[in-house]
Design a protein around this ligand. Structure first.
Ligand SMILES: Nc1ncnc2c1ncn2[C@@H]1O[C@H](COP(=O)(O)OP(=O)(O)OP(=O)(O)O)[C@@H](O)[C@H]1O
Ligand SMILES: [Mg+2]
Length: 230
């Protein structure tokens, strides 16, 4: 068996303290293999986004171990952590807004800027990513002037511009009508199938969850078997 891409063991996350203490994750263990598509499902407040943030190294667990290709990620700090995140992951999160008054292209190339890629390479890669999403003709538009589906496609272009190994998507179709949602869904699965990008997606959308190779169901901060969740 190959080393999992991500392996987490007995991960717990507690927010707040004293009377405000809340145990959002209460011992979660999970292996995710390269090339998989995984849906994280469960009720509002069950801990899905919390788990996603920990998997994406955007937040640290209160306890437990998170390994990325066998490396204990608690040893990654500061710049090394930022570099790993920027190089390995792409994010399709509704909270990671586009910068409204900046061009679509500038929004898309932000991860390349962070990675220190030169100006002409940034532009070439940014336009190529936009072309993959049929958005190249909007490159010069301000992000604020796009439709909802176009914004979401721009977010996906930004997520894939760095050639990530993993795309994390939190409710990628949440604010879209069903036709546009289906387009976004198809794009994500094409990236998974054709480029082998591991797809980790939090969703309330049953069709989207059903298309993933595997589903994990979170309830009150723990993984429950699907037959129990049903
Ligand atoms: N920074 C925080 N401080 C305190 N409590 C928090 C914080 N972030 C999340 N929580 C709590 O942790 C629990 C899990 O939150 P989380 O965002 O992971 O839920 P979720 O499953 O993603 O829900 P939704 O489907 O509504 O997005 C919730 O009860 C939430 O109120
Ligand atoms: Mg959430």
């Amino acid at each position: 068996m190959t080393t999992p891409l991500i392996s987490i063991t007995d991960v717990r996350k507690t927010y707040g303290r004293g009377p405000n203490r809340f145990d959002a994750l209460r011992g979660v263990s999970l292996d995710i293999h390269a090339g998989e598509s995984l849906a994280i499902i469960g009720k509002s407040g069950s801990g899905k986004s919390t788990l996603m943030h920990l998997l994406a190294l955007l937040d640290a667990p209160t306890s437990g171990r998170i390994e990325l290709e066998g490396t204990d990620t608690s040893r990654l700090r500061g710049r090394a952590l930022n570099r790993t995140r920027n190089k390995t992951f792409g994010f399709v999160f509704q909270q990671f807004f586009l910068t409204a008054n900046t061009s679509v292209l500038d929004n898309v190339i932000l991860p390349l800027k962070i990675a220190g890629v030169g100006r002409s390479d940034r532009k070439r890669k940014g336009l190529a990513a936009l072309a993959q999403l049929d958005m190249q003709d909007k490159a010069r538009n301000r992000a604020i002037d796009l439709s909802g589906g176009q914004k979401q496609r721009t977010v996906i272009a930004r997520a894939l511009v760095n050639n990530p190994r993993i795309i994390f998507a939190d409710e990628p179709t949440g604010n879209l009508d069903s036709a546009t949602g289906a387009v976004v869904e198809d794009i994500l699965f094409a990236l998974n199938r054709e480029h082998g990008i591991t797809l980790i997606v939090v969703t309330h959308d049953e069709d989207l969850a059903a298309r993933c190779d595997r589903r994990i169901h979170i309830r009150d901060g723990v993984i429950v078997p699907e037959e129990v969740a049903a």
